[in-house]
Design a protein around this ligand. Sequence first.
Ligand SMILES: [Zn+2]
Length: 418
Amino acid sequence: MAVTSLSDINALGKVAEAMIEQLGKISAEPNRLVRLYLTPEHRRAADQVAAWMRDAGLGVSEDALGTVRGRLDGGNGKRLLIGSHIDTVINAGKYDGTFGVVAGILAAGHFARAGKKLPFGIDVLAFGDEEGSRFATTLSSSVAVAGIFEDSRLTKVDRNGVSLANALIAYGKQLKDIPAAAYRRDEVGAYVEVHIEQGPVLEAYDQPLGVVTGIIGQAYFDIVLRGVAGHAGTVPMDLRRDALAGAAEIVGIVERFAAAQKDMLVATVGNLAVQPNASNVIPSQVLFTLDLRAADNDVRNDLADWFETEAGAIAARRNLEIAITSTRDTATTPCDPRLQDMLAGAITGVGGNALRLGSGAGHDGQAMAKLCPIGMLFVRCKGGISHNPAEYASPHDMGIAVAALIGFIENYDAQAFG
Ligand SMILES: [Zn+2]
């Protein structure tokens, strides 16, 4: 039942591309892709996904958070969940999330058509809230599936003041059904997601597929540096308390330190606000952000400590006040080593090298890891570009990815996750 012939792989890639084109047309705006959670576009996309699932021979249902589920019955083994998301960022590419849902449907459909019962059932999940582009919250749909939904999410509002609770009701859902969206831990073996890489590593190594080792943790900080405003012409350099010059020094050491690390570690200052922001006034205050991500929790925590010490020392030397506030901290989510090996075997089975790499972006797997072991397969995307209309994965690479997922399912050892 494995798919190894080139013609089969090409056929799968062509079908995947046609499905992605079709879903890519479902948008709130005619000239760019915008498909936010619980909007009419989300409804249309969910209906399309449900129709594909039915055509593939899966039993379709939808839970209280709008996650579409396609069910393939099997033997007594714990269920294998395969999913990704169908919401998008604003001005999105067509492949992010969508391809994982398409790959799951095509792979499960392959076994449904073959008519041979697998020793375990499969559920293909199309989540609706991965990007967090509508509400100030992400992963609501996968969090509910994982059984860790907290009601405090329901009061989060979108930019029009509509709460998640009211948006769910308008979408035809009942809040009392949310707990029923959760799987029981004893019915699920593992969760696997196929996703475009959204980065340049696979392309650089000339590989269509890679095994994800983990979804890297993230720490965010707001930093305020305060000095004293002054006349740009009259205050001598040695008497200045220039908040922007201090911020610049801090940005510089962060970049140099992160670049010198061997571990997967990235640090970004992406937002900086200067006051009074006038060309002839010494800056009195700078507010900036720091986004730290590392594959390892200890590395991230050490870096955060290092940053507080070093930034504090720079501020003290420059006679500036500094306040550092941690605004969010998300732990690294490791991918299960057994699933990594099984996915690597599946990649080798379709002729790939099974490169292992971390995920710098967040994914539904972060929520699903609270329910069961998770694994992820990355697919090469052109130039590493994502969250952009130029996002592209070739039909060939998508075909190979579906073939690898089919091979993975075929060799998946449900007993190992009993
Ligand atoms: Zn995504």
